[in-house]
Design a protein around this ligand. Structure first.
Ligand SMILES: [Fe+2]
Length: 143
């Protein structure tokens, strides 16, 4: 059976933008809180609250990150937007199922497993494409 393990922040996850990195760190911390709450049996209401916070924060962060991709004319901008849209749809489906069914530890574990995998892979692979756009290109000029 799946057991949530704390995710560790690693500099390899850096996008090259401090603000985005701190938002990613907050996402990782929130996921870790979710994992702790499941492992420690904190109850469905607390888990639902963390899921709600994660959904709200992820949605807000995606908007900021997409602006940053556009600002630096990152070629991965469209791919990033599509990946975010897929995540939001998937998360909403899980979140609604969690709330409508009254929630369960089993479903919380499934959500944690999928979300953790998605976030780490996404930050490493797609968000990582921002790094060279920030550091290897001339700074964007004001229009
Ligand atoms: Fe992203």
């Amino acid at each position: 059976m799946y057991t949530p393990k704390p995710l560790q922040w690693d500099d390899a996850l850096s996008t090259g933008d401090e603000t985005l990195d701190s938002q990613h760190k907050y996402l990782v911390e929130t996921l870790n809180s979710l994992g702790d709450s499941i492992n420690e049996g904190h109850g469905i209401e607390i888990i639902a609250r963390i899921l709600g916070r994660l959904r709200f924060y992820a949605g807000w962060h995606f908007g900021r990150e997409e602006e940053c991709f556009d600002t630096y004319h990152c070629p991965a901008a469209e791919k990033n937007k599509k990946a975010h849209a897929v995540f939001v749809e998937k998360f909403d489906r899980y979140y609604n199922r969690f709330r409508e069914s009254g929630g369960s530890n089993e479903l919380a574990l499934k959500i944690h497993e999928e979300i953790s995998d998605w976030i780490v892979n996404h930050i490493m692979i797609i968000d990582g494409e921002l790094y060279p756009c920030i550091h290897l290109r001339p700074k964007p000029t004001a229009k």
